[in-house]
Design a protein around this ligand. Structure first.
Ligand code: FES
Length: 346
């Protein structure tokens, strides 16, 4: 039977031919970091094969993709994807005392799935104020704080109403996620929120005009895609965030508004989710910074106001006359509430 020799522990484990190295480590109780759970979506289980590379199975497609992206030498392998065919000696590359503590907490079930990361499909909305740097230079710092807080308050209310959460503030910009708790209708809700945010800016602008002779202009970019949701930060001060290409893509879409002269742009993936419910002003093909090729982006003019946005954790909708009646009441209540908010926000 093949053996795996682990460094720096100097432990050896007997395995069946064809066993995967990470699985063998876990079964033998050898601490081995594996943040994505062995799904070939990270590189934390990587090992250096010190001896016996010829006794390792070939890289599969998933491992090949990661190795090429991270420029791994042939002797650096993903333990979760590597099969053992004969004796090998390996050194784990992402392992120190903190990693060991983390893995042991993971084994004891003390870490929430968010501490490790979870893959989700969400709608990511980036919003940014146009020309805010020069605007803030013309104002006093306390006035800038007042203005920003008023702006974020209004944007936060809109985002919350559509079941999203503001995940990050970056100066005068924000990132919001839709679909964390309930994936249903995440793309619709994000676009609806985006449109309402643009309208909310128009409503608070007269107030800023009176106070500062300044008005705000916003740019919004939305993308619907897969991200890894995880907690990041120092151990006592962690916050949930989304990581992945989809996040960068949404940010680039927001920036593209400046070049295209638009206010709200969404990606093709977002548009595909809601194409039957939106009115598009125009579709533009844009080169996005850091991305190859041209990407179609859609400037959204309106979304069907009668489409009911799913609320968090809401059960499947019923079509009974009673539910239709409730739906109408809820809509009426929403409109009254919006009118009330508008009355006091101006
Ligand atoms: S555990 Fe993530 S790639 Fe192996």
């Amino acid at each position: 039977m093949p053996r795996i020799f682990y460094l720096p522990d100097d432990k050896s484990v007997e395995v069946e031919e064809g066993d995967f190295i990470l699985e063998s480590s876990k079964q033998a109780g050898i601490p081995h970091t594996h943040v994505c759970g062995g799904a070939a979506r990270c590189s934390t289980c990587r090992i250096l094969v010190v001896e016996g590379l010829e006794n390792c199975g070939d890289r599969n497609a998933a491992e090949r993709a990661i190795s090429e992206k991270l420029c791994f030498e042939p002797c650096v392998r993903l333990a979760c994807q590597t099969q053992v065919l004969g004796d090998v000696t390996v050194r784990r590359l992402a392992i120190d005392s903190e990693d060991i503590e983390f893995i042991q907490a993971q084994i004891r079930g003390k870490l929430s799935p968010h501490s490790i990361g979870q893959e989700k499909k969400v709608a990511i909305l980036f919003a940014d104020l146009r020309g805010f740097t020069s605007l803030s230079e013309r104002l006093l710092p306390y006035d800038v704080i007042y203005l920003l807080n008023r702006y974020f308050q209004h944007m936060g209310e809109v985002i919350d109403r559509h079941g999203g959460i503001i995940n990050n503030y970056m100066g005068d910009g924000l990132m919001a996620l839709f679909g964390l708790d309930n994936p249903e209708g995440a793309a619709e809700r994000s676009v609806s929120a985006g449109l309402e945010m643009v309208a909310a800016i128009d409503k608070i602008n007269p107030h800023f005009e009176t106070l500062y002779r300044q008005t705000l202009k916003i740019g919004i970019g939305i993308h619907y895609g897969g991200v890894v949701i995880g907690e990041v930060g120092a151990i006592d001060n962690r916050r949930l965030t989304a990581i992945g290409d989809a996040v960068n893509f949404a940010s680039r879409i927001e920036s593209a508004n400046k070049d295209v002269g638009t206010t709200l742009l969404i990606s093709e993936a977002t548009y595909t989710e809601i194409r039957d419910r939106v009115r598009v002003n125009r579709c533009v093909k844009v080169k996005l910074k850091g991305k190859s090729g041209e990407h179609p982006l859609y400037e959204i003019a309106a979304i069907d106001p009668h489409w009911e946005f799913p609320q968090r954790d809401r059960p499947a909708r019923s079509r009974s006359p009673y539910s239709q009646f409730l739906k109408r009441i809820r809509r009426l209540f929403r409109e009254l509430w919006q009118a009330f908010v508008n009355l006091f926000s101006g």
